[in-house]
Design a protein around this ligand. Structure first.
Ligand code: TIU
Length: 221
């Protein structure tokens, strides 16, 4: 058992064989200009500080033999898996499915939909394609984790208050123990980053725990 004493609200313990590193939606569509995040009026630079610590954590996790699972948010080319409520909401400069500089916005198979080069999945690492914000909705993630006897998740990715939060809430309700790594999750809004993390650890860890990636690297073999 490995223990992160500095986690809040209390120490977090996990076993390598029953833990996965979950990397949520580190896609060009959220982290690079011309994608979905930018089309919503966001400054993608706010998210890019996560790439360097996450690359280091990914390397440490791989070296320790930890299961690594990546997710990508996106839709089928015919948009049959995109609810109208999602497609028509707001007034983005480009809607889901529109042609952008990195291909069609948030469409599977397009350049912009894929994961940034720095965090590219290795062959054999599962990549879960998800149509929603939560990684458990309409995906095989729960079955994959159950099959591998995984019940602890080290959670990273973007954005803190949207896909990370939704996924952590889904995971918590399914019995997974989530440690969210503050420097490896990012929001377009600094106040949402702070409050989003506080919400997870508040009330005795109502959804999970929060720590830094260096805390994890310090205990990995
Ligand atoms: N808009 C926003 O903050 N996030 C998303 O739409 N998706 C994810 O968080 N991946």
């Amino acid at each position: 058992m490995l223990t992160i004493a500095a986690a809040r609200p209390a120490a977090y313990s996990f076993d390598l064989s029953t833990t996965a590193l979950l990397v949520i939606d580190m896609q060009r569509d959220f982290l690079e200009p011309g994608g979905f995040g930018a089309s919503l009026g966001n400054d993608v630079e706010q998210l890019r500080r996560t790439i360097t610590p996450l690359a280091a954590l990914l390397a440490g996790a791989r070296a320790a033999g930890l299961t690594v699972v990546h997710t990508r948010e996106g839709h089928l080319p015919d948009l049959s898996d995109c609810p109208p409520a999602k497609l028509h909401r707001g007034a983005p400069s480009l809607r889901i499915g529109d042609a952008g500089p990195n291909g069609r916005i948030l469409i599977r198979g397009e350049y912009g939909h894929d994961i940034v080069d720095e965090l590219a999945p290795l062959p054999g690492e599962p990549v879960i394609d998800k149509p929603g914000k939560g990684a458990f909705y309409a995906t095989g993630l729960d079955a994959l984790l159950t099959e591998r006897n995984i019940h602890s998740l080290l959670v990273t990715g973007v954005t803190t208050e949207v896909c990370v939060h939704t996924t952590v809430r889904e995971a918590n309700d399914r019995g997974y123990e989530c440690l969210v790594l503050a420097d490896c999750v990012g929001s377009y809004f600094p106040e949402f980053q702070r409050v989003g993390l506080d919400m997870i650890a508040a009330q005795g860890g109502i959804f999970g725990w929060v720590a830094e990636s260096t805390d994890v690297l310090a205990v990995l073999p």
